[in-house]
Design a protein. Structure first.
Length: 494
């Protein structure tokens, strides 16, 4: 399939004055579900003006990345076909022209919109159309349907589809669905549904239109401030503007969002080069500023820590302690981290039953004699030295595999690069601790800043650990990681 116009005949030319006069029905196929990492492989567009189709467009798109076999099986598109397809950069301007001044219509519009927005962002092009989600439209008129996917739309309205899960044919289904509504639903009801679904965000009384216009369409962190410059909430997003506006949706039902909307007086933003930078900056700022409504991370200053120890017989044991600072030296001994003593105790009770572990050695029960579980036959006698230490310790280690702090997988500190078209950031990490960063990879990195000892030491942070461990274990990110020792050698070579 090649890019270009495809002539189709649309029977209906109905138009309603209060509905949008220019709409673009869009469907895309992608390499996966994550718009930051996956890519578009096909796009189909049908543009209508005043009920008449004025432009149609379909093209395959070379994603320049691996296409999973399950996607090929679903769509019938394979790597061989995509090899000769244009990249998004070659068709971006043509697609932008077709979509210009249109309401963006798609089934689960947020999905298609997010992929296209990210693709345009990579080309340094803005893309922020008004959206109409046909899933929401279908739900509005058929709330009792068990499913509101495209197959359910086709079944409900007897709409045929030449090739399901191909972009242009799926977009045609949306056109037919829209026509069916125009033909069968009273105008007042359609207008009401359209207004409810596409309702614009309502501006909080403490903010002005200039505040909203100043929000960037880029990755980063935003901070809501209330009266007397009190931090209310810190969040992150790949599009700061979109995420902030979502807080102020006029059909908001969340008491949490409502509190923020009523109290916010000012918004500060910090742009980053990508998602990792936004995640790290968010975690750092929440620790520093303790915003009122980031309760989960704000309350995590003191942690209940389960530490691995051993008694004089060689049996693994648990020591429960509460810490507000976790040093690197004890990371290898941490079995689990909890926000409260109750949660820690509940987990210990769970593993004692699940893995037949001794409640005395787990620190749950304090007695000089055998534990109560031994008398019930659940403990195999470790508290009475009646079980082999090797067998007990094996079950003990297995019990905490999912919760323990994983060993640092590198031989020393690392540098993680995150780039976009505007530059790059470098993040320095050692033993799961974020040490610092510097901006713009193209600038000369000083010898001093590369030395481990010159970084301001940073203690272990649970939120940062989760962010980094998730990032590092993803094979796609390995190409952005380098040992600091290698950087030092490179800098010395120049």
């Amino acid at each position: 399939m090649q890019s270009g116009l495809v002539l189709v005949r649309i029977k209906s030319q109905l138009t309603l004055p209060m509905l949008p006069t220019r709409v673009a029905f869009v469907d895309i196929e992608t390499t996966g579900l994550r718009f930051l990492r996956d890519r578009i492989i096909e796009i189909g567009i049908i543009r209508m003006e005043d009920g008449v189709v004025t432009k149609t467009y379909q093209t395959l798109v070379n994603p320049n990345t691996y296409l999973p076999p399950e996607i090929s099986q679903l769509t019938g598109i394979d790597n061989a076909v995509l090899e000769n397809a244009p990249s998004f950069s070659h068709v971006a301007k043509e697609i932008a022209e077709i979509l210009s001044d249109c309401v963006f219509v798609a089934h689960n519009a947020r999905f298609d919109y997010s992929f296209l927005k990210q693709a345009f962002f990579q080309e340094e092009m803005t893309f922020s159309p008004k959206q109409l989600c046909t899933v929401k439209l279908f739900k509005y008129f058929y709330p009792r349907k068990k499913s509101h996917n495209l197959d359910s739309v086709m079944e409900t309205f007897a709409i045929p589809c030449k090739t399901r899960h191909r972009a242009f044919d799926d977009a045609l289904v949306l056109v037919s669905f829209y026509e069916k509504l125009l033909q069968t639903v009273p105008q007042e009801e359609l207008e009401k549904a359209y207004n409810i679904i596409t309702k614009k965000p309502s501006l909080p009384v403490g903010l002005s239109q200039e505040d909203i216009k100043a929000l960037p369409n880029s990755p980063g962190v935003y901070i809501f401030y209330g009266s007397e410059n009190i931090p209310l909430y810190i969040g992150k997003s790949v599009s700061i503007r979109d995420r902030v506006l979502s807080h102020f949706s006029s059909d908001i039902k969340s008491p949490f969002e409502m509190k923020i909307s009523q109290q916010v007086k000012r918004i500060a933003t910090l742009q980053t080069k990508g998602e990792l930078g936004a995640l790290l900056k968010e975690a750092t700022l929440i620790k520093q500023l303790s915003p009122l409504y980031n309760k989960k991370l704000r309350n995590a200053k003191k942690l209940v820590v389960l530490l691995k120890t051993q008694n004089d017989k060689g049996y693994d044991m648990v020591t429960l302690t509460q810490l507000d600072h976790i040093s690197k030296e004890i990371l290898s001994s941490i079995l689990a981290l909890f926000s409260s003593k109750k949660k820690a105790t509940d987990y210990l009770l769970f593993v004692s039953k699940e893995y037949d572990l001794c409640t005395k050695l787990l620190g749950i029960e304090h007695t000089k004699d055998a534990c109560f579980a031994f008398r019930l036959g659940r403990c195999k006698g470790a508290c009475k030295d009646k079980e082999k230490t090797v067998a007990y310790n094996f079950r003990f280690q297995h019990a905490f595999l999912k919760t323990k702090i994983h060993p640092w997988p590198f031989n020393g500190p690392i540098a993680i690069y995150e780039k976009n078209t505007l530059g790059a950031d470098v993040f320095y990490v050692d033993n799961w601790c974020f040490l610092g960063s510097n901006s713009d990879l193209d600038e000369t990195i000083s010898q001093e800043s590369l030395q481990k000892g010159n970084f301001e030491d940073s203690s272990f942070d649970v939120a940062t650990y989760k962010i980094l461990s998730s990032y590092i274990k993803n094979p796609k990110n390995q190409q952005h990681i380098m040992l600091v020792s290698q950087l030092i050698k490179q800098s010395q070579a120049f």
